[in-house]
Ligand binder design. Structure first.
Ligand SMILES: *[C@@H]1O[C@H](CO)[C@@H](O)[C@H](O)[C@H]1NC(C)=O
Ligand SMILES: *[C@@H]1O[C@H](CO)[C@@H](O)[C@H](O)[C@H]1NC(C)=O
Length: 129
């Protein structure tokens, strides 16, 4: 409801943009209802910008991961090796995506391994493609 109220208000909608629904509306609703949060340092990483996943809890996957075969980030340019959710707008990613070449940050490899682990364990994953 907070989200809808914010969306309906032209000025608020303009100020917050598309992330209003899930992020800012949550924060505002929490504040309105006295929900408190404990901040945890290094709670979340965002590959490819955060290189290591050790001692973190969540991988926030949003950025495309593009690399040369030498392991150099080619952000913004399609890499020889790539993992980008935007490649799968029409169909889900296949099982067993290729792992990145040597030199790519551990966080990126971990992300792809986790996606592979998930798709390998979802019964019928390939049937739905
Ligand atoms: C959200 O809005 C609807 C419609 O006005 C109302 O019925 C409902 O109780 C509201 N929910 C909360 C959690 O306030
Ligand atoms: C995943 O792909 C690699 C080659 O890219 C292959 O060696 C391996 O056997 C595959 N694993 C499964 C479970 O299909």
């Amino acid at each position: 409801n907070v989200s809808l109220k914010m969306k309906e208000d032209v000025e608020t909608d303009k100020a917050f943009g598309w992330v209003l629904e899930i992020r800012y509306a949550y924060a505002v609703a929490s504040a309105l209802h006295g929900v408190h949060h404990s901040l945890q340092k290094d709670f979340m990483i965002q590959p490819p910008w955060d290189a290591k996943s050790d001692n973190t809890f969540i991988i926030h996957y949003t950025y495309g991961c593009d690399y040369s075969l030498k392991g150099e980030l080619t952000y913004g340019k399609i890499g020889e090796w790539r993992f980008d959710k935007r490649s799968y707008l029409r169909s889900p990613p296949p099982r067993n995506l290729s792992l990145p070449p040597p030199g790519v940050p551990e966080s990126v490899a971990t992300l792809v391994k986790m996606v592979n682990e998930a798709t390998a364990n979802i019964v019928g994953w390939d049937d739905e493609i």
